[in-house]
Design a protein around this ligand. Structure first.
Ligand SMILES: O=P(O)(O)OC[C@H]1O[C@](O)(CO)[C@@H](O)[C@@H]1O
Length: 442
């Protein structure tokens, strides 16, 4: 097993001169990013966050997590986009796949439930049904403090908490938000809720290492020090300007090179369902960062081998405007040896003595070969295993690659002006409806 993240491009189908031709641009954007002179340079707090983060705030996160772990069976996390995907990506990657169904004696952490990430009345009401009668804490996370999905859920849950716990509700409500200009920040002050800060110069999709991600992750029982150690090593390793020594830059450059060849879609391919939320986080990171000014690579994700039986046909034989980036986890958390069966009616005895993970890896190799033979470029990122250290490193790998890639594409990877349009329309429609109702009452 290796001891670092490795980028492999032997199936990229790119030619050396395509990479060579981009080296001078890489040097330029590297300097822009590190000298903080590029677009969106007021949102670069994430760049050296793993080495410069506020240790006091981090200790407060750890002690709040300790308290929640002691007094709560469930932590409800209310947030959307970058205000929940990072935490969920880490937790789902590391937790037991069926933790909700484990017997109590085998579970030593609260369940983490997510709300505020949709406007489904069914979802919210059913969440209220399952938390009733159980000890809960609530962590509301919103940088702006005014995102409608999160605010609605927060209002409903706050009322529930106040009815259930009375005065003691304030000891169970935790607010993570911007220090300034946040409606929920003002409310927290007024009500005396414990607050955590999202630094002003870090946007939601780059905030996983702040209290936004680390409080829920610590409550779920994972080692946040190790995550920060991985991120901090990544910060050093991926600041190397030479593409030959920097796998993160190589990934950023090659996805741009493929885009210049007309590949507009990147599919992040995972072979373990526990990585599904890592893929969701990755989609927001790249989609919100790069999809602007009529440009961008559309980030998609598929979970193989599951989706080979639904989408494999398209990748093999469909339009050739896509490439894949495969996440390969070298060592599984658990494994199982296939055994021989006397009857062998299912014909599987040829697999006896092989592990399930070995079979998964062979499926990965076979799939890559088929797709590459079909003309689909495959990049591969290998991580030694799914633990806190490597997850921290991988998340930083993608953040840095996204910033470099966005600059190479010529966009500002740190704003999201397009998202505002749907918000404005929704609020306008709701307010117009309110006016109509008021007129009817008169
Ligand atoms: O933390 P907030 O302000 O609630 O925003 C949540 C998410 O919404 C977005 O602004 C997009 O609407 C993302 O950029 C952000 O991560």
């Amino acid at each position: 097993m290796g001891n670092n993240i490795v980028f492999n491009d032997k199936n990229s189908l790119l030619r050396d001169h395509e990479i060579e031709g981009m080296k001078s641009q890489l040097e330029l954007v590297h300097n822009e990013l590190h000298s903080k002179t590029g677009k969106g340079n007021d949102f670069l707090g994430w760049l050296d966050y793993p080495s410069s983060f506020d240790r006091q705030e981090f200790e407060r996160v750890k002690s709040a997590a300790k308290k929640i772990r002691k007094d709560s069976e469930i932590l409800v996390v209310a947030g959307i986009g970058g205000s929940y995907l990072g935490a969920r990506a880490v937790i789902e990657s590391l937790k037991h796949s069926f933790s909700e169904l484990l017997p109590r004696e085998k579970r030593n952490s609260p369940h983490i439930l997510y709300v505020g990430n949709n406007l489904s009345s069914n979802y919210i009401m059913e969440l209220l049904e399952v938390i009733r009668g159980r000890e809960i804490s609530l962590n509301v996370i919103s940088k702006s403090g005014k995102t409608i999905e999160t605010s609605i859920s927060f209002r409903i849950l706050r009322e529930y908490m106040e009815k259930t716990y009375g005065e003691r509700a304030r000891d169970r409500i935790y607010v993570t938000t911007d220090r300034h200009n946040s409606a929920i920040g003002d409310l927290a002050k007024l009500e005396g809720y414990q607050t955590f800060t999202i630094p002003g110069d870090i946007g939601g999709r780059y905030s996983v290492f702040t209290s936004v991600g680390m409080l829920p992750v610590a409550v779920a029982g994972f080692d946040v020090d190790e995550i920060m150690r991985g991120a901090s090593d990544a910060q050093i390793e991926y600041s190397e300007p030479d593409i030959e020594k920097n796998p993160c830059y190589r990934y950023a450059v090659e996805r741009n090179a493929l885009n210049r060849r007309g590949k507009d879609v990147e599919i992040l391919t995972i072979y373990d369902p526990s990585l599904q939320y890592l893929a969701e986080w990755w989609k927001q990171l790249f989609g919100e960062s790069e999809g602007k000014d009529g440009k961008g690579i559309l980030p998609m994700s598929l979970c193989f081998t599951t989706d080979l039986h639904s989408m494999g046909q398209y990748i093999q034989d469909g339009k050739k405007n896509l490439f894949e980036t495969v996440i390969n986890v070298e060592k599984p958390k658990k494994d199982f040896y296939m055994f021989a069966d006397n009857e062998n009616l299912d014909g599987l005895n040829y697999l006896s003595g092989k592990t399930v993970d070995f079979i998964n890896k062979k499926a990965m190799e076979g799939t890559m070969k088929a797709h590459v033979d079909g003309g689909v470029s495959n990049l591969m990122i290998t991580i030694p295993e799914l633990n806190e250290y490597y997850i921290g490193k991988l998340l930083y790998f993608f953040q840095k690659a996204c910033a470099i890639s966005g600059y190479m594409l010529g966009v500002n990877p740190f704003d999201q002006p397009g998202v505002e349009d749907y918000k404005r329309n929704t609020i306008e429609l709701l307010k117009a409806d309110e006016k109509k109702m008021n007129l009817n009452i008169i």
